[in-house]
Ligand binder design. Structure first.
Ligand code: 1QQ
Length: 387
C-alpha cells in the first residue's frame, strides 16, 4: 500500500495530510460502492499532463479508502477513460460514464477544448464535473454542475506579466499562439490584455496549429522585429519545438509561456534551451504549506518522482469530491454538487481553497522561472546570482 507507515515522521505527515480534509462528520448513509468518473488524456502528446493526473487520483483514492474517509464499508472507485486530447473521444467518454456507468461525478477532461465539448453532457444529466486542468475563460459558464479547481489563465497571467515586466524590464514582445485550441486561444486573449495593461508594445503576432513541428517562419518574422521577450500560448509538444527553435535562431531573451508549459516534460525535452523560461502556475513543488509537503512525500514514495502542478490539482480534485460526498452524507449527484459548491477555506495542497460563486477556484498563484532544469519561484532569493 502506498501509505505504509514505517516511522514516526511518516505518521506525523499522515496526520497533517488527513487532517486537512477532516471537515464534517464521518458519513453513515453511503452505499458500499461509489463510482467516480475520470476523463484524462492518457495517450498521445497530451498524456504528458494526463499521466501524472491519473497517478495523483489513484493516490488520493488509496488514501481516501485507506482512511475510511467515507465511513467503514464505503469504497470510492475511479472509472478511468482516455480522451487522448480529442474532443470527440471526450464526448464519448463523458456519455459512457454519465449515462451508462452512472458515476456520481466526473473529474476532467484534461483540455479546455475537450471540456467545452464534453461538459454539457454532464450538465444536462445533472452530474457534477470538475476540471482539474481547464484554464480557458468560460469553462464554468457551461452550467451550475460545472466546476474547476484549476486556476484559470485569467487569474495567473496578469501577475506573471506584471512580475516579468518589473524584474526583466520588458518593453517590446512578440506573440505566438495556437489558433485551433480553446486553451491556447483564451491564453492569447488574456496575455494581450495583460500586455496592454502594462504598456508593453507588441511587435508582431504569429499563429500555429496543434501538431505543427516547424515554427521557424513564425519565429523568424517575430525575431526580425527585435523583441525583448516572446509570449507563447501553446501546449507542451508545440512549446518544446518553439523553445528549441527560438534558441536555434539565436534568440536569448525571455520566453514567457502559459499553463501548457507547466509539464516538467517541457523542460526535460528542451534542456538548456528552456533556462530562463517564465510561466505562472497554481502550485510549485517548493511550496512549504504542510498539506502540500505531506502530499508531495506520499506522491514521491508512491511513484519515485516529484508531482507536477497537474498532479497536484488532480489529487486535490479527487479529495474535493470525496469531501463533498462526505459532507453531503449522500451519493446523490445534486447533493454532491451542493456540498461541493459550499466548500470554503479548506486547507489543501494548493493552499487555502474556496470555490467562488461561479465555481472557479480561489487561491494564490505563483510565478516560476526555469533554472537549472526545474521550475523555481521567480523573485526567490537564490535567483539573483545565476543571471
Ligand atoms: C487547458 C490547459 C492545458 C494546458 C491543460 C493540460 O490549461 O486546456 O485549459
Amino acid at each position: 500500500a502506498v501509505l505504509a507507515q514505517d516511522d514516526a515522521t511518516d505518521e506525523a505527515m499522515d496526520e497533517v495530510q488527513m487532517g486537512a480534509w477532516e471537515t464534517c462528520e464521518t458519513p453513515d448513509n453511503l452505499p458500499e460502492e461509489i463510482n467516480l468518473g475520470v476523463i484524462y488524456s492518457l495517450s498521445g502528446p497530451i498524456s504528458v499532463y494526463g499521466g501524472p493526473q491519473q497517478q495523483a487520483v489513484q493516490l488520493a483514492l488509496e488514501e481516501i479508502n485507506g482512511s475510511a474517509y467515507l465511513g467503514e464499508g464505503t469504497t470510492l472507485t475511479a472509472i478511468f477513460e482516455d480522451s487522448a486530447g480529442d474532443a470527440e473521444q471526450a464526448i464519448n467518454a463523458m456519455t459512457k460514464l454519465v449515462e451508462e456507468d452512472g458515476v456520481v461525478a466526473v473529474l476532467g477532461p484534461t483540455l479546455s477544448t475537450e471540456a467545452f465539448s464534453a461538459d454539457p453532457i454532464a450538465q444536462e444529466n445533472g452530474t457534477p464535473v470538475m476540471g482539474t486542468s481547464n484554464t480557458a475563460i468560460g469553462i464554468t459558464d457551461m452550467g451550475d454542475f460545472v466546476f474547476r479547481d484549476s486556476l484559470p489563465e485569467a487569474s495567473v497571467i496578469p501577475g506573471t506579466i506584471a512580475q516579468s515586466v518589473e524584474i526583466l524590464g520588458l518593453e517590446r514582445v512578440g506573440v505566438l499562439y495556437g489558433d485551433d485550441d480553446d486553451f491556447t486561444l483564451s491564453g492569447y486573449d488574456v496575455f494581450i490584455e495583460a500586455l496592454d495593461e502594462n504598456g508593453i508594445e507588441i511587435v508582431g503576432e504569429e499563429t500555429f496549429s496543434r501538431e505543427d513541428v516547424d515554427f521557424s517562419a513564425q519565429l523568424t518574422n517575430l525575431l526580425n522585429n527585435d523583441p525583448d521577450a516572446l509570449i507563447v500560448s501553446a501546449l507542451s509538444a508545440e512549446a518544446v519545438q518553439i523553445i528549441i527553435q527560438a534558441r536555434d535562431l539565436g534568440f536569448e531573451g525571455a520566453i514567457i509561456g502559459g499553463n501548457g508549459f507547466n509539464s516538467p516534460d517541457t523542460i526535460e525535452q528542451t534542456g538548456e534551451a528552456s533556462e530562463g523560461v517564465i510561466v505562472g502556475a497554481a502550485w510549485n513543488v517548493a511550496s512549504t504549506n504542510p498539506y502540500s509537503e505531506a502530499y508531495e512525500t506520499a506522491y514521491e514514495e508512491a511513484y519515485g518522482n516529484a508531482p507536477d502542478q497537474f498532479a497536484t490539482q488532480a489529487y486535490t480534485g479527487a479529495w474535493l469530491f470525496a469531501t463533498a460526498i462526505r459532507c453531503a452524507n449522500s451519493a446523490e449527484r445534486s447533493d454532491i454538487r451542493d456540498a461541493l459548491a459550499a466548500i470554503t477555506d479548506l486547507e489543501t495542497p494548493l493552499g487555502t481553497f474556496s470555490f467562488s460563486e461561479t465555481r472557479d477556484p480561489i487561491h494564490d498563484p505563483v510565478v516560476q522561472i526555469v533554472q537549472d532544469g526545474a521550475f523555481a519561484v521567480l523573485g526567490a532569493e537564490d535567483m539573483e546570482e545565476s543571471e
